[in-house]
Ligand binder design. Structure first.
Ligand code: 4AD
Ligand code: MG
Length: 477
C-alpha cells in the first residue's frame, strides 16, 4: 500500500492499486462524496465512501475542514470532473472541524474577510495557489542566479545604516523606552544600548551586497526587508522580501539587460511549473473582473499577460523622454492626474508609471537616468551633473517592480554627495573604503518579491500575496 500526495496520485494514476492519502475535506456532498485536498495541488481528489459500511459515528465527523486519512482503491471515475477517484475502504479522522465555527466554508469569501483569518486562508483555493506560486518564484530566483554565476549573500537584518536615506526605519533597541539612559546633552545615550550605537532593521541589503560584489564578483541577497513608511496602499508592506543582485564590472546597460533577462526567466519558470495554479487564478480573476466597469478590466488574461512579458522586449526610456510624454499626455492636459506633471525634476507617482506602461507603451518599461535630486546618494552621477544612472522597471498593474542603479564608484564624487545630503561620513567609512581600495564600475537592483507575486498571480492587494502581512496598525498572527 502506498501513501501519496494528491499531486503524485493524479500524475501517476495507479488505477487498481490500494492507496492512502491524507488531507482536509473541501466539500462533502450527498453523504457519499468527499473532495479531499492536501495542498500539494489545486486539484481535489474525490473519495467515495459508502457510510453504511462504517461506524455510525463516522458520518457525523465529516464536514468541510476536517482532516482525514483515507485508504481505498483508486478507480477510474464514473462522474464528471475527475479522471480517477478513491473507493474508500477505511477512513480515519485526524481531526474534526465544527461546521458552526469553522470559518472557511465552501462558498466565496471576500479577501478582506480572509485577511482576518490569515491562519486558515491558505486552505482556500486562491491562497493555496498564490502561495505555491510564491514558493516556485522563490526557487526560480535562486535557480536563475545560481545558474548564472551569482553567489547568495546574507546581508545583516540588524544594521546601523539607512541605505536608502529615507529615514523609514524600525529602531532596534534593548533600552528601557520609558526610562532610557541620557547623555549630558539630554539625548538618549545609545552607547549604552545593546550594540553600543543606534540600530534599525534593514531597509535594503544593498550596501553590504556591494562590499561582497567587490570580492565575489556577482552576488545576490534575498531576505526580509523593513520599511516604516506609513503608506497604506495595495503595493506597500512594512515587512517584505527583496532580492538584490549586485555585480562588479556591470554598467547600467548591463544592469538593465540582467533585470530583463532575470524577470523573464522566472516568469517562464512559473509558466512551465505552475500552470494548474495559474489557470485557476486566471479564472478567478476573470470572475472578479466581471464586476468591474469595462474600462477597468485588463486587456489580457493572466497567462496571456505573463507570456506577453516573456516574449516582448521591455521598452527603455529616459526619465527626460518620459516627462515629455507625460507632460503632453491626455490625462495631464485634462487634469486627470492627481499629481500634475509640469516640469522636469518631479518624482513620478504610481499613476504616471502606470500611464506609461499601460496606456502609452503597452509593455513593461525601464526608465533610466533620473534627476539626482529624487534618487539615493549612491547612484552614479552623469556627465550632465543633473541626472544619475538610475533605473526603475515598471510593470502593468503594478508600477515599479524593481529599482536599481549603477553605483558611484568615484570616491570624491561620492564624498561630495554625502556632504551635500548631510549624511555622516563616519557611518559609511566601510562603504567609502570600497572606493579607496580597488574601486570599479558596479551596478545592481532590488526587486520586491511580493510585487512580482502580485503580477504573477493577478492579486490586486499586496496583503494577499504574503502569508502574514505587516502593515500600519497590523501585526496580527
Ligand atoms: O526602489 P527601492 O527602494 O530600492 C532599493 O532598496 C535599492 N537598494 C535596490 C538596489 O538597488 N539594490 O526598492 C526596491 C524594490 C521596489 O522596486 C519594490 O518592488 C520593492 O523593492 N519595495 C517594496 N515592496 C513592498 N513594500 C514596500 N514598502 C516596498 N518598498 C520597496
Ligand atoms: Mg525605488
Amino acid at each position: 500500500m502506498n501513501s501519496y500526495s494528491i499531486k503524485e496520485l493524479l500524475n501517476k494514476q495507479p488505477v487498481g492499486d490500494t492507496v492512502e492519502i491524507n488531507g482536509w475535506v473541501k466539500t462533502f456532498r450527498s453523504n457519499r462524496f468527499i473532495a479531499l485536498n492536501d495542498g500539494s495541488t489545486i486539484h481535489n481528489l474525490q473519495c467515495v465512501v459508502d457510510f453504511e459500511n462504517f461506524d455510525d459515528n463516522l458520518l457525523k465527523q465529516i464536514s468541510t475542514g476536517a482532516a482525514l486519512k483515507i485508504l481505498g482503491t483508486l478507480v477510474e471515475s464514473q462522474g464528471r470532473g475527475q479522471s480517477v477517484e478513491i473507493q474508500a475502504t477505511d477512513v480515519f479522522v485526524h481531526g474534526t472541524a465544527d461546521a458552526e465555527t469553522y470559518p472557511i466554508q465552501p462558498k466565496k469569501h471576500s479577501l478582506e474577510f480572509l485577511r482576518e483569518k490569515a491562519h486558515l486562508r491558505v486552505r482556500t483555493n486562491t491562497f493555496s495557489a498564490v502561495m505555491r506560486v510564491r514558493s516556485a518564484l522563490s526557487f526560480a530566483i535562486h535557480s536563475y542566479f545560481q545558474q548564472n554565476g551569482f553567489y547568495y549573500m546574507h546581508a545583516p537584518v540588524v544594521t546601523g545604516s539607512d541605505a536608502e536615506g529615507a529615514g523609514e526605519m524600525f529602531r532596534v533597541t534593548t533600552l528601557d523606552i520609558k526610562n532610557p539612559p541620557l547623555s549630558d546633552n539630554g539625548e538618549v545615550d545609545y552607547t549604552q544600548d545593546f550594540f553600543g550605537k543606534e540600530t534599525n532593521l534593514t531597509v535594503s541589503g544593498q550596501l553590504e551586497a556591494e562590499t561582497y560584489a567587490m570580492g565575489l564578483g556577482k552576488v545576490y541577497t534575498f531576505g526580509p526587508t523593513f520599511r516604516a513608511e506609513n503608506s497604506n496602499t495595495s503595493r506597500h508592506l512594512a515587512e517584505f522580501w527583496m532580492i538584490e543582485p549586485e555585480m562588479a564590472f556591470y554598467d547600467l546597460d548591463a544592469n538593465m539587460d540582467l533585470s530583463e533577462d532575470f524577470i523573464k526567466w522566472i516568469l517562464q519558470y512559473v509558466l512551465d511549473n505552475c500552470l494548474d495554479d495559474l489557470e485557476f487564478l486566471e479564472k478567478r480573476l476573470l470572475d472578479e473582473e466581471k464586476s468591474k466597469p469595462q474600462n477597468e478590466r485588463s486587456e489580457m488574461a493572466l497567462i496571456e499577460k505573463l507570456k506577453f512579458v516573456v516574449d516582448n522586449n521591455f521598452k527603455r526610456v529616459s526619465y527626460t523622454e518620459a516627462i515629455d510624454i507625460l507632460k503632453n499626455s491626455k490625462p495631464n492636459k485634462k487634469k486627470k492626474f492627481q499629481f500634475p506633471v509640469n516640469e522636469w525634476g518631479v518624482d513620478l507617482q504610481s499613476e504616471h508609471e502606470r500611464f506609461l506602461v499601460e496606456k502609452h507603451f503597452k509593455c513593461p518599461v525601464i526608465l533610466f537616468d533620473y534627476p539626482a535630486k529624487i534618487k539615493a546618494f549612491y547612484m552614479r552621477l552623469n556627465e550632465d551633473k543633473k541626472t544619475v544612472r538610475a533605473m526603475d522597471v515598471l510593470f502593468p498593474g503594478i508600477g515599479e517592480i524593481a529599482g536599481g542603479s549603477q553605483r558611484e564608484e568615484r570616491l570624491e564624487v561620492l564624498q561630495q554627495k554625502i556632504k551635500e545630503l548631510d549624511i555622516d561620513e563616519k557611518e559609511l567609512w566601510w562603504y567609502l573604503d570600497l572606493r579607496r581600495f580597488g574601486t570599479a564600475v558596479h551596478s545592481g537592483f532590488g526587486l520586491g518579491l511580493e510585487r512580482l507575486v502580485q503580477f504573477s498571480t493577478g492579486m490586486g492587494n499586496i496583503r494577499d500575496v504574503i502569508p502574514y502581512p505587516r502593515t500600519p496598525q497590523n501585526a496580527e498572527f
